[in-house]
Design a protein around this ligand. Structure first.
Ligand code: SAM
Length: 283
């Protein structure tokens, strides 16, 4: 299978780039290509961007409630401000402790400003965390400190590539639950739901995201009613096993390596996971 081409400008905590080979399998196993692929909890959006890039669905909709995360998508996907100014800012920014301090201490005066500050914060914070209290990279990779994750050319390349995909992608700054509710009855829609999760034993979501509280029972109740297709991913937690069985959904455990290369298992939940049989480790 082809390697994963990263298109997101974000390093996203809990990002799902590792899931991409599974998403390809899932969407290609279907008899018809979905007319719409929706990510109601988009975050860094790496899966939806891949789906658009590889035309695995006619259209893609990303939804995100966090206004900082959304600011980047509003400029890059929706064109609500001049994306050229954003890439200019990224390519000309000279990163020092002082310039970062100055940039992040001033109030954003435009959507572009807000988007730039968000990308900057994302690239210099530990683990890409944008929630309050996130620490900054100190040593970074190879002792390069703050600049260790700042690749202006790559960021601008990715942003320009997303701009080329604009006619296939829509971004909605809003509540993913409401969007699921709105499109529940659409037959040929496919949803990838990767919600923040705080109820588990380590409650990691509350540290990673500004918006980490979600009514998971409501999400499962809606998922059960989806007429099209969906896939949900969660941390491996007993409560999620119980919710899935209580809502008559299929569940399987998937082994993956997290960003620290630790082996862990995640849960995949769907209506029908038969496409996964014999394909537990797609490349
Ligand atoms: C686990 S992360 C998604 C990561 C994403 N799959 C990726 O690959 O980057 C969950 C995201 O859901 C967002 N979120 C939380 N509540 C939401 C809601 N009600 N509607 C939309 N997004 C929400 C959080 O801000 C966070 O970005």
């Amino acid at each position: 299978m082809s390697p994963v081409q990263t298109l997101s400008p974000y390093r996203y905590p809990g990002g799902k780039t590792w899931l991409i080979p599974y998403i390809r399998l899932w969407l290609r196993s279907r008899l018809t290509r979905p007319c719409e692929f929706i990510e109601p909890f988009a975050g860094g959006g790496s899966v939806g961007l891949m789906v658009a890039n590889e035309k695995l669905a006619d259209r893609v909709t990303l939804v995100e409630i966090d206004e900082a995360v959304a600011s980047v998508w509003r400029v890059v996907i929706n064109g609500e401000d001049d994306v050229g100014l954003l890439t200019d800012k990224i390519s000309t920014f000279v990163m020092t402790e002082q310039s970062v301090e100055l940039e992040l201490s001033r109030s954003a005066t435009s959507l572009n400003d807000f988007a730039f500050q968000t990308i900057l914060r994302n690239r210099i914070s530990r683990g890409g965390i944008l929630a309050k209290g996130a620490g900054r990279l100190r040593k970074g990779e190879n002792g390069k400190g703050l600049t260790s994750r700042w690749y202006p050319e790559t960021l601008c390349y990715r942003i320009r590539r997303i701009v080329e995909l604009r006619d296939r992608i829509t971004f909605i700054h809003g509540d993913g639950i409401e969007i699921i509710r709105k499109f529940l009855t659409r037959q040929n829609f496919a949803f990838l739901m990767d919600p923040p999760y705080t109820a588990g034993s380590n409650g990691a979501g509350s540290r990673l995201y500004t918006h980490a509280i979600l009514d998971h029972d409501t999400l499962f109740t809606l998922a059960e009613q989806i007429r099209g297709d969906f896939l949900m991913t969660y941390d491996n937690d007993q409560m999620i096993h119980e919710l899935a069985s209580g809502h008559n959904l299929h569940l399987t455990e998937i082994a993956m390596k997290n960003t620290h290369h630790h082996q862990k298992t995640e849960l995949m939940i769907g209506k029908d996971l038969s496409w996964l049989h014999g394909n537990q480790n797609p490349e």
